[in-house]
Design a protein around this ligand. Sequence first.
Ligand code: SF4
Ligand code: MG
Length: 333
Amino acid sequence: KVPLLEIKNLETAFKIDGNYYNAVDQVSFTVERGKILGVVGESGCGKSVMSLSIMKLLPKGAGRIRGGEVKFEGKNIEHYSEKEMNKIRGKDISMIFQEPMTSLNPVFTIGYQIEEVLHNHFKITKEDARKQSIKLLRSVGISRAEQIVNEYPHQLSGGMRQRVMIAMAIACQPKLLIADEPTTALDVTVQAQILELLKDVQSVNDMAIILITHDLGVVAEICDEVMVMYAGEIVERSDVRSLFKAPKHPYTRLLMDSIPKMDVEEEKLGSIKGIVPSLKDMPRTGCKFANRCPKAMPECTELKPVLAEAEKGHEVSCLLYESSKTGEGTNVT
Ligand code: SF4
Ligand code: MG
């Protein structure tokens, strides 16, 4: 069976001072229909660049895909023209972002903007589009839908705007929804509601979702599988349960320590020391996490770890695991 989305050895580079540097480096993964995949890492780890690569929305002249494959339903979309991509975007694959204010147009009503998505992809009358947009708003938990269609984005709260964005994103019943930090700008209570809503719309439409976040707590809420990225690479991947039960990569463990705990609200918990190296300063040899890793060994600056199965269904890229030295085997240390 063909996976919904299949990424193979994706390399996306950005131009800095005339040279290209890989922001996404040899990333491979698949997304199955109806599954929720969490992609976790700090900002600058390549999560957003990866999703923009899938959508072919990289900033022109600055970023480009320079290697690998992106297959959607078995078709390589890498060579699709802008016109072909426009048919897919919003219809088969849609995307929501962190700050809905920037994706909603301030000068048009909510109804107009949802209906425009429908008109772009279907032959539908004005009346039917209006009915459909009210229905969509109800389906994302907006009860005053008849009024909201006539309102403008600035009249709504952040949480309501994100609901509207979700309504727009699912308007054409896409097979894949990419949600990039969809709850980051919202307060904790609204965050929880939006996550719950994503889970609901996923199950109704049997969509796959790629949920991009810096917060492992968000992943725990709704994801089936999780992929941890660092400096443009996948460093760990497994089902959510196994990741939370036994995180393997030192970076994942630090991310886990930084999940805010309910009872210690004020205290900033263990944010990770140091920063993700900039594209220009990326170490050329060894493990890219070596300069921040509490477990680093002398060999870590020389040998490059390979993402490999350390345990069935649980992959990690770290020299603490025999599998990462050889690229095979399951000899966990
Ligand atoms: Fe740390 Fe070494 Fe593992 Fe990299 S390979 S994560 S530096 S222990
Ligand atoms: Mg980002």
